[in-house]
Design a protein around this ligand. Sequence first.
Ligand SMILES: [Zn+2]
Length: 168
Amino acid sequence: MLSCYALQIVKRQKEARPNVSTTRAHFAKNVFFGCIDDRIVESHLKFIIKIGGAFYPAVAGGGLAFIDLSERDTSLTQVTASYQINHIDTVYVESHTDCGAYRLAGVIFASPEEELSRLYRDLDTASDLIKDALLKAGAGLGEVKIHTRVVDPDGVVVPRPSHASTAI
Ligand SMILES: [Zn+2]
């Protein structure tokens, strides 16, 4: 219990600094996880503004970062940390065509169709891994939605090929 004198001091301190706030509350309910590629940063920022803000981790490869065993834990931790910090309810994971991280990993695509199928397949796997990690981090079933997409180097969405398998 504060004494009357102490209460007066606290009151005076508040009066002396009426507009000073020591913290600003988190507000974003999204995490947007994409590739580091410099060509798509502008599209990321526009999208994040459009959805009202996001936690914004980026690792080379986007969805590939969840598949690559050397990057997996780091990538999953960014998503679960976003959940634990501000209970995000939506996860966006984006990969893009002509990605240098796939080339660095030695992946060669025989055709644009093969590239797109692989990117979406990896995003499906990333989505499953993220779902498991979120459940382990305390999220309820269905509490967090996970969206995946592939864009071209200009940030334009390239839809999933109709013949590719879809996650159930
Ligand atoms: Zn990339």
